[in-house]
Design a protein around this ligand. Structure first.
Ligand SMILES: NC(=O)c1ccc[n+]([C@@H]2O[C@H](COP(=O)([O-])OP(=O)(O)OC[C@H]3O[C@@H](n4cnc5c(N)ncnc54)[C@H](O)[C@@H]3O)[C@@H](O)[C@H]2O)c1
Length: 316
C-alpha cells in the first residue's frame, strides 16, 4: 500500500533515508526542510523539494493543500545543549512548529501523522532497561520535554481533527549522512576522528551503554508505520513505538567496533563524565515486532562499513 507523503526534515540524516525508503516502496514523496542543518543534496532525486520553516504559514499551507495521505515529521531542533541554552527556540521549532503542521494536516485531510520522538530522552533515567513504551515519562532536558509535548499534541489534535498519530521513539540512530558535529552522533564522531588519526574522547569511565539502531532499519520502520494497523487508545503510549535493537553497547566497546571496521586500533582518551548523562539506555522492541512486524536487520558488522564508506567518499 502506498500514497503521497510529506517528509519534513527530509534533507537531514534520518529524513533523507526515510524519503528513499518511501520512494522504493512506491510512494510519491515531497520533502520540506529549511536547510538549517540538512543539505539539499541529501534529498533523493525522485522527491520534490520545498524549502520552508515548519513554523511558517507556508509550511502549514503545503500540508493543508498538498493532498497528502501521510505527514512524516522529522524536522526538529535536535541538539540537547541548544535546548538547554535556548529553550524557547527549541520549543518554537519542536512544539509550535509541529502544532502548525498538525493544524495543516487536519485541514488537509491527512490520514496519518508519523512523528519522530525519542526513546533516548522521554523516559529520562528509566528503572527498567530495555525500557518498554509504558515506562514512566520523565524527560530531563527541554528537548526531551518538547518531544513528549509533541506526543501529547499529536494525541489531542488527532482526536479533534480526525487523523491517526504514531510516535516513533528512537534509540541512538547511526548511519551514513549523520553529521559528526551533532552530539547525538557518537558513531559518526568516532569514525571522523579515526579518519583524521585523532584519539577518541570518552566521557566518564566509558561503561555507559546505548542502544544503536541503523538508519535504514529506522527508515523501513517508518514506511511500515505509515500503513500498519495501530490499535487506537487513550494514552500516548498506545500509539508510540520504540525503534531500537534492545541491545546495549558501551562506549569503549563502540570505540573497538569502529576501530575494527576501519582496520585501526583506536587511542582512547578519558575525559570527566558529563553531568546528567544516562548510565544505561536501551529500548524494548516487542511492540515494534508485534504491531509493525519489524525487527532490525542491520547490526554494527554491516552498518558500520556503510558509514565508513560514506565518510571516505562523501563526507568531506
Ligand atoms: N539521530 C538520532 O539518534 C535521533 C534519536 C531520536 C530522535 N531523533 C529525531 O529524529 C529527527 C531527525 O533527526 P536527525 O538526526 O536526522 O537530525 P538532522 O538535523 O539531520 O535532521 C533534521 C532536519 O530538520 C531540518 N530542520 C530543522 N529545523 C527546521 C525548521 N524550523 N523548519 C524546517 N526544517 C527544519 C534540518 O535542516 C534537518 O535537515 C528529529 O526530529 C530528531 O529529534 C533523532
Amino acid at each position: 500500500m502506498s500514497g503521497r507523503v510529506l517528509v519534513t526534515g527530509g534533507a537531514g540524516f534520518i529524513g533523507s533515508h526515510i524519503s528513499e525508503a518511501y520512494l522504493a516502496a512506491g510512494w510519491e514523496v515531497v520533502v520540506l526542510d529549511d536547510l538549517s542543518r540538512g543539505q539539499q543534496r541529501n534529498v533523493p532525486s525522485g522527491a520534490r523539494f520545498v524549502r520552508a520553516d515548519v513554523r511558517s504559514p507556508e509550511a502549514r499551507q503545503v500540508v493543508a493543500e498538498g493532498g497528502f495521505t501521510v505527514l512524516n515529521h522529522h524536522a526538529a531542533q535536535i541538539d540537547v545543549r541548544v535546548s538547554v541554552d535556548e529553550p524557547a527556540l527549541d520549543a518554537a521549532i519542536n512544539v509550535v512548529g509541529l502544532v502548525n503542521l498538525l493544524d495543516g494536516a487536519g485541514a488537509g485531510g491527512v490520514r496519518r501523522v508519523v512523528f519522530a520522538s525519542s526513546g533516548g530522552v522521554v523516559y529520562g533515567d528509566p528503572e527498567v532497561v530495555p525500557t518498554p513504551e509504558t515506562a514512566p515519562k520523565a524527560p530531563i532536558s527541554p528537548y526531551g520535554v518538547s518531544k513528549l509535548a509533541g506526543e501529547y499534541y499529536m494525541r489531542a489534535l488527532a482526536a479533534l481533527r480526525g487523523f491517526e498519530a504514531v510516535a516513533m521513539r528512537y534509540a541512538n540512530v547511526f548511519g551514513p549522512r549523520q553529521d559528526p558535529k551533532s552530539e547525538a552522533g557518537v558513531v559518526s564522531i568516532f569514525v571522523s576522528r579515526l579518519l583524521e588519526n585523532r584519539p577518541l574522547t570518552v566521557f566518564g569511565n566509558g561503561l555507559q551503554t546505548r542502544d544503536y539502531v541503523f538508519v535504514r532499519d529506522v527508515a523501513r520502520a517508518n514506511v511500515l508505520a505509515s500503513t500498519a494497523a495501530i490499535p487506537a487508545g487513550s494514552d500516548i503510549d498506545d500509539t508510540a513505538i520504540n525503534i531500537a535493537t534492545g541491545k546495549q553497547t558501551n562506549v569503549l566497546e563502540l570505540a573497538e567496533l569502529v576501530g575494527k571496521a576501519m582496520g585501526q586500533k583506536p587511542t582512547v582518551e578519558l575525559a570527566p563524565a558529563r553531568p546528567g548523562e544516562l548510565f544505561r539506555s536501551s529500548l524494548d522492541i516487542g511492540k515494534a515486532r508485534r504491531v509493525l512486524g519489524w525487527k532490525p536487520e542491520f547490526g554494527f558488522d554491516d552498518g558500520l562499513p556503510q558509514l565508513v564508506d560514506w565518510f571516505r567518499k562523501e563526507a568531506r
